[in-house]
Design a protein around this ligand. Structure first.
Ligand SMILES: [Zn+2]
Length: 87
């Protein structure tokens, strides 16, 4: 079994759900799935943190929940991530 070759395609799929996850619109199982993945995946974890921070800022400003270009930014973060994270 080789879990080392992390498939970022799965990460990108998760990004589609992250905004709903932040808003608490996902069912419990999907939330748990995202949390579990983020614990193992540095790229998704940092993206999730970025997203949370962005949402917090937006809520303070009482503006649109999530900027449209955020997913593009998240993909950029992943693209710049090293493929292997564990030694
Ligand atoms: Zn990931």
């Amino acid at each position: 079994m080789s879990n080392d070759d992390h498939d970022h395609k799965h990460c990108l799929e998760m990004f589609e759900k992250l905004s709903e996850y932040i808003d608490g619109e996902l069912d419990h199982a999907t939330c748990a799935e995202i949390q579990k993945h983020a614990e193992d995946c540095v790229a998704c974890f940092s993206c999730l943190e970025t997203l949370k921070r962005t949402v917090a800022l937006c809520k303070n400003a009482k503006e649109t929940p999530i900027p449209q270009n955020l997913s593009a930014k998240l993909k950029e973060i992943i693209a710049n991530m090293p493929k292997t994270t564990s030694p």
